[in-house]
Ligand binder design. Sequence first.
Ligand SMILES: [Zn+2]
Length: 216
Amino acid sequence: MRLNDFDTRLRSTFFLQGIGLCSNIYAIGDSEITMIDTGSNLGTNRIQEFFRWSDLQFASLKQVILTHNHFDHVDGLEEILRNSKPRVFAHSEDALTLEHKRSCRILGLADGDVIVTSLGHFQVIHTPGHTSGSICLYEENMGLLFSGDTVFPDGWFGRTDMPTGNSCMLLSSLKRLADLNVNILLAGHGNPLFQHAGKDIEKALNHARISLQKQS
Ligand SMILES: [Zn+2]
């Protein structure tokens, strides 16, 4: 689905909704594509289908940003690397384990790094909690946040009970996101939000304060 049908500022931005155990996948650009997350390598991954219907070329894929090291977001990388040679980035906390598993070079990101795309400059925000190397990508002018599995629409947030998950850190990360001026939320699962997404993040923070503090 082309997201500029919903917000004209989101030119050349594509959304492949995850089905089953597969994350959402986003692609930005025509001639130099940035992909955010790759889905799983299960039959529900639609990367091949995407390149057919969008008329984009695998060879135009220049960079892949992985929001965190969970199979439903990173295993689709195998399909991508069979067809193209993009630079692949993840937070340095997750890059080493990913590299070991994938036998390909994963470039480490740190908080504050900037990813340049045809849609704008995205700031890397380290948001540990769901995993220790989880990141979000934020574009300030549009108030656009790619949030991986840290925060979702309707006040949901990432679980913290898997390896390297941490409830206190997730709370801090949600606080940090709530302080941004987020309008558009493109999360790792669920539907895109095109306006007032800050309210959903605030709701997630309140929800997390109650449920995670009860657990700790
Ligand atoms: Zn995850």
